[in-house]
Design a protein around this ligand. Structure first.
Ligand SMILES: O=C(O)CCC(=O)c1ccccc1C(=O)O
Ligand SMILES: [Mg+2]
Length: 375
């Protein structure tokens, strides 16, 4: 693959419903859409999951723009790429900045698959033709509103419900949910809202037959999670704490979790996601694909990685219409009875809609191999 051009676009999209977690509320989605163009005239696409503010992890739209423009894109242009696995190796001298790296690497993966006229899922070694998905329900204004939303999503057929919790919106709402829906597959995501001082409250979660509790403790912690897991029957799933297969190796060694949430952006790309998948599989640790309220291109990447065999738990990849009045891809992502049919077209299998993308673009920058880079 010889890259001719990289285009970064900053898009802003209105969410149909604000999304509230223990760290804040998202009303609009700002993100960077990456397009890489080859000399043969094909384009590969990916989204960065970095948000406008650094409340989930450190990265933001602006830090991504800087790191991509000044460091990562020049590395991409340095020499031709024969396989997308080389991209993460080439980015290795740059520390951290996982979401920025993942977005560029993902676009190269899409381009690679399109050049080979192969679905991205196949290029990654995926084996499933359909995947199961659940839905993530944010913190609501009232318990009644929460139950109403859950009921609607169950009627739509989603395979599991994930609710966001924080101190004061946890045992009370889980009790209400279990009273109304005693047997549904249910899990809770705390986004780091607790510490070991909350041990009694966290131990009480064992009463609700949850499939897992996601990231109850610190965003960079493995040690306290291990202590908590030793006291809980409910499996702990790590999200924020995991950036690499190396992190997973340490988490397994310490006993910090029994399940891993793989987000392509948080771990630096598809190549690392696959490494984590394989490591977990060899340790009989189930994985699933977490969501970052992606638009369609990011959603398509999530679908592709979820076709690997050890993605055995339903992911967060709900339908486009769950988030957006109109998504940026054609067709939009559809979910029927909690199932997505994996597209068979080349690359991500959905076409970015250039008209829609232009409407949503706040600004764009084109990079060529002879652009004036500062680094
Ligand atoms: O994509 C979705 O539907 C929501 C997924 C979600 O819960 C989430 C969204 C943004 C930031 C963090 C998280 C999380 O999983 O912790
Ligand atoms: Mg999470």
């Amino acid at each position: 693959m010889e890259l001719k051009q990289v285009i970064l676009r900053h898009l802003k999209m209105k969410l149909l419903h604000p999304f509230t977690t223990s760290v804040g509320t998202e009303v609009d989605k700002d993100f960077i859409l990456v397009e890489v163009k080859s000399k043969d005239g094909l384009s590969g696409w990916a989204e960065s999951v970095a948000a406008i503010d650094p409340t989930y992890k450190e990265e933001t739209v602006k830090t991504n723009w800087h790191i991509m423009s000044d460091f990562l894109i020049p590395l991409l242009f340095r020499e031709p790429i024969t396989h997308p696995d080389q991209v993460s190796q080439r980015f290795n001298p740059i520390r951290g900045n996982y979401m920025a790296k993942a977005a560029l690497e993902g676009a190269v993966w899409d381009l690679y698959a399109r050049e080979r006229e192969q679905p991205l899922a196949k290029a990654l070694g995926g084996t499933k033709s359909r995947i199961e998905v659940g839905v993530s329900v944010g913190i609501q204004d009232s318990e009644e509103e929460l139950l109403h939303r859950i009921e609607k999503h169950l009627r739509q057929g989603y395979k599991r419900i994930k609710v966001k919790i924080r101190p004061g919106w946890d045992l009370n709402i889980l009790e209400a949910i279990r009273k109304r829906f005693p047997d549904i597959p249910l899990m809770a995501d705390a986004n780091c809202a607790y510490t070991l001082k909350d041990m009694d409250r966290l131990a009480a979660l064992d009463d609700f037959n949850l499939t897992m509790i996601e990231q109850p403790l610190g965003f960079d912690d493995l040690v306290d999670h291990a202590q908590l897991q030793s006291k809980l029957k409910t499996p702990i799933c790590l999200d924020e704490s995991i950036h690499s297969a190396e992190d997973v190796r340490k988490a397994i060694q310490l006993g910090s979790c029994k399940i891993v949430n793989i987000k392509i952006g948080r771990v630096g790309g598809l190549t690392e996601s696959r490494k984590i998948h394989d490591l977990c599989e060899s340790h009989h640790i189930p994985v699933w694909c977490g969501g970052m309220v992606e638009a369609g291109v990011g959603r398509a990447h999530n679908i592709a990685i979820t076709t690997l065999p050890n993605f055995v738990l339903p992911g967060d990849t709900a339908s486009s219409s769950h988030y957006w009045a109109r998504d940026i891809i054609d067709p939009e992502v559809e979910v029927h009875d909690g199932i997505i049919e994996v597209p068979e077209k080349p690359g991500i299998g959905f076409e970015p809609n250039r008209k829609r993308i232009d409407e949503l673009t706040l600004y764009a920058r084109h990079f060529n191999p002879d652009s004036p880079f500062i680094a």
